[in-house]
Design a protein around this ligand. Structure first.
Ligand code: XUL
Length: 558
């Protein structure tokens, strides 16, 4: 039988360049974690003065960016930490990574030369400070491009047409509308840009010392790629910005080799010169790989800075809500996903305001309050939300006479506040009711066969209990809550194998039959909630959707 694993004694390295930090996971040939590191932007790269890894621009509504060079500096720092921890870089045969999706980097004309001749005696950040035509990268939290979204949709024949072509209607955070806005508001900077990278292909470019391709999966988060053909859609490029194709470079499958590791890393950190850099991809797609999601009945819920819900599917159907991306570890299938902007940052805000800044108090409130919260429903948007598209604001309602058996005679009254414990429950129940409602509407498995939870908040058992109650199925977890860097390390190994075989090999062949012996093993975290509670939550969800639709009509933008 063929051996589908890395050579004994070798490692693969996966990064996760996310909103608030850069993380790294090293796997051995048996797919067990041998090292993990993290660099937190706010608290460790203080001179950038970011809050939650970003700048919220007070002068432009919805503009949220991050300093590009901060991501560069974080790369040297995390590698230094791994080196200090005693990691033998010479054993790493492949590297890959996850980037926060949609964020974009603008390389100034002439920068490819700088990238090609990096001096290993100096830090990357000291050499690349002048490499960008736009110094602050727009990121996925940005919502300043509504005008550009509508213009692009109109130019290609409507939102549904764009979704059918690219996998999503136009979204403010998607890279195409962002590029168009840069072209419109900073034409000189656009003109002096020789290459536009995603965060994923940007980090891969640093590692190979030249511009890396954009992978098909993360490329689908741009509103620019023909998702069936997996090529740039000329029609959309034309209506987005001039000379765009040459600035975007090529597309490549996620399992392709981006290049060999650059001499900078060989000399400075003693990587093997034959170490392969496999295409980086988006953080959610790589989480899908790290969670070994391969059954269409499974649902993954990632609870991080953003909350996301995703699953795999065999077909691509146009939709006005949610996204379709090519499956990063399959040549034909797709992944479908919903994304919420108000994830961990609003959980932290409510914890600070109502729970004495303590997760213990927050969890105790969850345990103390009854399921269904006595009919108290809340909508909490600290940032402009994606689903539903509602502006910053909090809305609270009490459903009178709601017992969970009928909606007849149930009326809601808007109130201005809840007691602290009910506020905590309203937030958490609200987040999962919204996920269940939109997942059902989007055609995701309902009820799912099982849910695999990941992301920082998946470490919180009280929160996972609410997931199990609202969805009515078992909730599983893997060993590390950072499935994005785990998935990246796994994809690095997978890309290495595909390259060695000279053709695509199914990723499952790397772990089938031995999953439980690896760090990828999913273990039961919480058993499904009581059946009658699931249907009661179904009614509460229905009411929530009614209120939500009214809020969208009154305040939202579509
Ligand atoms: C996905 C999205 C977020 C970012 C977070 O569409 O916008 O989940 O990927 O890093």
């Amino acid at each position: 039988m063929e051996d589908f694993s890395l050579p004994l004694g070798s490692f693969s390295l996966g990064f996760d360049s996310s909103t608030q930090s850069l993380k790294a996971t090293v796997l051995d040939a048996s797919l067990n974690i041998v090292a993990q590191e993290i660099v937190n932007f706010d608290s460790e790269l203080l001179h950038y003065k970011t809050k939650d890894g970003v700048y919220r621009d007070p002068s432009v509504n919805g503009r949220i960016v991050s300093p590009t060079i901060m991501w560069v500096e974080a790369l040297d720092l995390i590698l230094e930490r791994l080196q200090k921890s005693g990691l033998d870089f010479g054993k790493i045969v492949a590297v890959s990574g996850s980037g926060q999706q949609h964020g974009s980097v603008y390389w100034k004309t002439g920068s490819s030369r700088v990238l090609f001749s990096l001096d290993p005696k100096k830090q990357l950040a000291d050499q690349l400070g002048d490499a960008f035509s736009v110094k602050e990268s727009p990121i996925w939290m940005d919502s300043s491009t509504t005008e550009q979204c509508r213009a692009i949709e109109k130019a290609v024949g409507g939102a549904m047409e764009l979704s059918s072509l690219t996998g999503s209607r136009a979204y403010e955070r998607f890279t195409g509308p962002q590029i168009r806005r840069i072209f419109e508001t900073q034409p000189e900077a656009y003109k002096s840009t020789e290459r536009i990278s995603l965060v994923s292909s940007f980090m891969a470019s640093l590692l190979i010392g030249s511009y890396a391709a954009i992978d098909h999966t993360d490329g689908a988060g741009m509103n620019l790629m023909d998702i069936k053909e997996r090529t740039w859609s000329k029609k959309i490029l034309e209506v987005t910005a001039p000379s765009l194709e040459e600035k975007l470079g090529k597309l490549a499958p996620a399992y392709d080799v981006a290049g060999k590791i650059a001499p900078y890393f060989v000399e400075r950190y003693h990587f093997d010169k034959n170490c392969l850099v496999i295409q980086w991809s988006g953080d959610n797609p790589n989480s899908l790989a790290g969670l070994t999601l391969n059954s269409p009945g499974d649902l993954a819920i990632s609870l991080g800075t953003s909350d996301t819900v995703f699953a795999i599917t065999n077909e691509h159907q146009a939709c006005l809500e949610g996204h379709v991306f090519p499956n990063p570890v399959d040549t034909k299938g797709y992944m479908v996903m919903l994304c919420y902007k108000n994830g961990s940052l609003i959980r932290e805000e409510i914890r600070n305001n109502c729970g004495d800044k303590s997760w213990d108090v927050f969890n105790e409130y969850l345990q103390r309050t009854p399921p269904l919260n006595g009919g108290k429903l809340g909508f909490y948007y600290k940032d402009h939300e994606i689903i539903p598209p509602l502006p910053v604001g909090f809305h609270r309602y009490v459903l009178e006479n709601f017992k969970g058996d009928t909606l007849d005679g149930v009326k809601e009254t808007e109130v201005t506040e809840f007691d602290a414990a009910s506020e905590v429950r309203a937030l958490v129940e609200g987040q999962f009711l919204s996920m269940r409602a939109h997942a059902e509407r989007f055609g995701l498995p309902s009820p799912p066969k099982r849910i695999i939870a990941t992301g920082g908040a998946s470490a919180n058992h009280s929160i996972l209990k609410e997931v199990a109650s609202v969805f009515g199925c078992n909730v599983y977890k893997i060993q590390s809550s950072d499935s994005a860097s785990m998935g990246a390390a796994l994809r690095a190994a997978h890309g290495w194998l595909c390259s060695k075989k000279g053709s695509f090999v199914p990723i499952s062949s790397m772990y089938s039959g031995k999953l439980e012996k690896t760090s990828l093993n999913c273990q039961l975290a919480v058993a499904a909630g009581a059946h009658d509670l699931v249907s009661k939550y179904g009614l509460l969800m229905k009411k929530r959707v009614e209120i939500e639709n009214r809020l969208v009509q009154k305040l939202g933008r579509l």
